[in-house]
Write a protein that binds this ligand. Structure first.
Ligand code: FPP
Length: 242
């Protein structure tokens, strides 16, 4: 398992639920409901592969612009999935975390998430991070605000601000940068996801729609990842000499 062990953080843009449902003559919500099974499978896969951090883009700030019925359905599914899965997650050593502006979620979702986070806080096998009401640009704006406040209060000299200062003021400074970012559903874009954290990530785009995505797909992408040479700005010779 040497290859997989090198991956610390996988991030997934779960796209294609609506199209999957519509292809089968169903409402979009049917795709979201079936997407929950894919989440389950991928979480299992990440545990089996020994990946310590998995971040899933479950709801973007832009998703608030969707029709109200679809938002209500997604929030309902989220609350239900958390309540139903928390014991199993806990039994499997999964720690649940969230990233994003949690305060925008319905109260009952916030409560369910808070309870699940408290229950699983001591687990270490897999950190499952749900990005909810998340936007990479908002995270960067919130970081700037936090740094500016410290500077105004006299706790931070602007001349001392460097990349590490920025990192320390993101939502989760303790989480390693993304090694591998996957987007399902065929589109080739980043859509405001973890903009700072994906600076050196390998990007994989698959046409598979999210409700069809399973841990075997994850395993296959992880195998392909291992054949890519990550140079972080160095030459291939420098990297291979290491
Ligand atoms: C994108 O498909 C998917 C989402 C906006 C939500 C993902 C949510 C789930 C899989 C269900 C609940 C999540 C958890 C963590 C239990 P889309 O609707 O944009 O699809 P389209 O591009 O085909 O329209």
């Amino acid at each position: 398992m040497e290859i997989e062990n090198k991956i610390k953080h996988v991030a997934i843009i779960m796209d294609g639920n609506g199209r999957w449902a519509q292809q089968q003559g169903h409402q979009r919500g049917f795709g979201h409901e079936n997407g929950v099974e894919s989440v389950r499978s991928v979480v299992e896969g990440a545990c089996e592969l020994g990946i310590p951090y998995l971040t899933l883009y479950a709801f973007s700030t832009e998703n608030w612009n969707r029709p109200k019925e679809e938002i209500d359905l997604l929030m309902g599914l989220l609350g239900k999935a958390i309540a139903e899965e928390v014991d199993k997650l806990h039994a499997n050593g999964v720690r649940l975390l969230t990233t994003g502006r949690m305060e925008n979620l319905p109260e009952d979702c916030q409560v369910a998430l808070q309870k699940a986070m408290e229950k699983t806080a001591g687990n270490t096998r897999l950190n499952l991070v749900l990005a909810l009401s998340y936007s990479g640009r908002s995270e960067i704006a919130d970081m700037a605000k936090a740094i500016a406040r410290k500077a105004v209060a006299g706790d931070l000299n602007p001349d001392d601000i460097d990349e590490n200062t920025v990192r320390q003021h993101l939502y989760h400074p303790e989480i390693p940068d993304v090694d591998l970012m996957i987007r399902t559903g065929g589109d080739v874009r980043v859509s405001n996801f973890l903009l700072w954290e994906i600076a050196y990530a390998e990007l994989f785009f698959t046409p598979v729609l999210w409700p069809d995505f399973r841990k075997d797909h994850l395993r296959e992408i992880v195998t392909q990842f291992s054949t890519r040479e990550r140079r972080f700005g160095k030459t291939g010779e420098q990297v291979r000499a290491h």
